[in-house]
Design a protein around this ligand. Sequence first.
Ligand code: NAD
Length: 354
Amino acid sequence: MHDFTYRPQSPRTVFGAGALVHLEREIDLLGAQRALVLCTPGQVAQAQQVAERLGARAAGIFARAEMHVPIEAARAARDEARRLGADCAVAIGGGSTIGLGKAIALDSGLPILAIPTTYAGSEMTPIYGITEAGLKTTGRDARVMPRTVIYDPALTLPLPVPLSMTSGINAIAHAVEGLYAPDGNPIMDLMAEEGIRALARALPAIHQRADDMEARGDALYGAWLCGSVLGNVSVALHHKLCHTLGGSFKLPHAETHTVVLPHALAFNLPQVPAAAARIARALGGVAPHTVAGVLYDLAQSVGAPVALRDLGLREADLDRACELALTHQYPNPRPLEKAPLRALLQRAYEGQRP
Ligand code: NAD
């Protein structure tokens, strides 16, 4: 057993099919009276469902959440909260909407109640990102951690199957890197392994039948576990590559995680035998040296993308992506060198099975 320090950080969590019925109770427990409901333009119907449940305690709906949290949207939402006299925000949606809530909380201290409808895991982390003049700043700050999270699998039923698959693999990526994080601990290892197991079981079932409530519940359970891991430990090469590809080349978030994960894992695998053994168990008892290939097969079998070229990256961008990934490196179990990293990117670009 390695030495470790464990100080869990987690919001109050309410989980269950139909758990949205507990919303008013949870708002009461926050001591709040007027909630501003946040959503994307595409999820206004779900935001209205939330507002109707809140009745007089709904201050209004702000439906301008978007990818990467532009500072203008964050300022507008904060102003709207002030104008309406809101004393909390309810963010219903994926990482983009919850990210907007975090941006508001960062400088206003407004408590956030998150209702995640994807598997990205942002609701369990103190990590925020805000984009100003094309530049995304990220950081960790306890103030942005939602106070309460309501997980209701019923709200994930309309999540389109392709996004369900890539979002689920995004969550798996948090757990995979948590298993070899230098600040990991035995509890996070248990959560990461179980999170991978739940998602690897749920995604093929959802791919078969989008309204499989049991599988939706399993996937959201996995997302909770994997998000919790992300919130408590640091990340490595995989997340650095995805941040680089998303930030500098505008590649889509969950899809990029899906393509990169098998390659980043294959790159680190020789250095992380204990993580490989846990991932192998979570994937149904496969041989530990095959886990990267098995994750690639999982993505392919559920129709998810496996090549960066299919996400809009140009081959001419690979050299620059490699250079950027080598600057301001995240701690990684295997030291980063230019030639192997460039080769990793080439394989991910072409969609080769690792
Ligand atoms: P998203 O929030 O951008 O959502 C993608 C689209 O799916 C949106 O149009 C949304 O309205 C729609 N959608 C979401 N749930 C739906 C549902 N149940 N039914 C129908 N449509 C639905 O996608 P995401 O992958 O959840 O989040 C990605 C963003 O989150 C990125 O910007 C990423 O950086 C951030 N993120 C942050 C953290 C963190 O810890 N801070 C963790 C993970 C992701």
